[in-house]
Write a protein that binds this ligand. Structure first.
Ligand code: AMP
Length: 181
C-alpha cells in the first residue's frame, strides 16, 4: 500500500509543462519520476505488490512511456513484456486497431504472436496516463484480438474529466495509481 507520504513523493516528482505540445495542454512529464530513484522505486514497489498475486502471464505497454514502466514491472513480476506500438514500427506480422483523434485517426499494432500461443493469456495493460482513453481502448482491443485477456489497465495518473477511464471500464477494470492528475 502507498502511504500518503509515498503518494506525495511520487506526485511531486511529476513535472508539469504548460502549453506542450500545443497551447492549452498541460503536459505531465514523467522523466522527472524516472530520474528520481526514490519516487520511481516507490512506484515500482507499489505496482509489484499490487500485481504479484494476479497470475499475470504478460505485461503489455503502450508506445512509448508505457514501455518504461511496463518492462520494469514485467521484470519485477517474472513475466514477459509485450510492446503495443504506433503503426509501422513492429517488424513482424501485426494485428492493428484504428482509433479517432480530435482530427483524423491513429493506429496501434501488436505482433500476431505476442503472447507466444499461451491460451487466454492474462495480460496487464500499462501506460503513464489516460486522457480520452482512445489509445488504451484500442490497445485493450488489440490484446483481446491477439488471443489475450486484458485483466486490468493500469496508469500512473488519469485526466478523469476527459472520461477515458469510464470508457475503458467497458473492456477491463481500470486502475490509476495517483488518480486525477
Ligand atoms: P488518450 O488516448 O487521449 O487517452 O491519450 C493517452 C496518451 O497520450 C498516453 O500515451 C499519454 O502518454 C499521452 N498524453 C495525453 N495527454 C497527456 C498529457 N496531458 N500529458 C502527458 N501525456 C499525455
Amino acid at each position: 500500500m502507498l502511504t500518503e507520504n509515498d503518494r506525495k513523493i511520487i506526485t511531486d516528482s511529476i513535472r508539469e509543462i504548460p502549453d506542450f505540445p500545443k497551447p492549452g495542454i498541460v503536459f505531465k512529464d514523467i522523466s522527472t519520476v524516472l530520474n528520481n530513484a526514490q519516487a520511481f522505486g516507490l512506484l515500482m514497489d507499489h505496482l509489484k505488490e499490487r500485481y504479484s498475486n494476479q497470475r499475470l502471464d504478460f505485461v503489455a505497454g503502450i508506445d512509448a512511456r508505457g514501455f518504461i514502466f511496463g518492462a520494469a514491472l514485467a521484470r519485477d513480476l517474472g513475466v514477459g513484456f509485450v510492446p503495443i506500438r504506433k503503426k509501422g514500427k513492429l517488424p513482424y506480422t501485426t494485428v492493428s486497431e484504428k482509433y479517432s483523434l480530435e482530427y483524423g485517426f491513429d493506429e496501434v499494432e501488436i505482433h500476431i504472436d505476442a503472447f507466444r500461443g499461451v491460451k487466454d493469456a492474462r495480460v496487464l495493460l500499462i501506460d503513464d496516463l489516460i486522457a480520452t482513453g482512445g489509445t488504451a481502448f484500442a490497445a485493450a482491443n488489440l490484446i483481446e484480438k491477439s488471443g489475450g485477456k486484458c485483466v486490468e489497465s493500469c496508469f500512473i495518473m488519469s485526466l478523469d474529466f476527459l472520461g477515458g477511464s469510464e470508457k475503458l471500464e467497458k473492456i477491463a477494470p481500470v486502475y490509476s495509481v495517483l488518480g486525477e492528475a
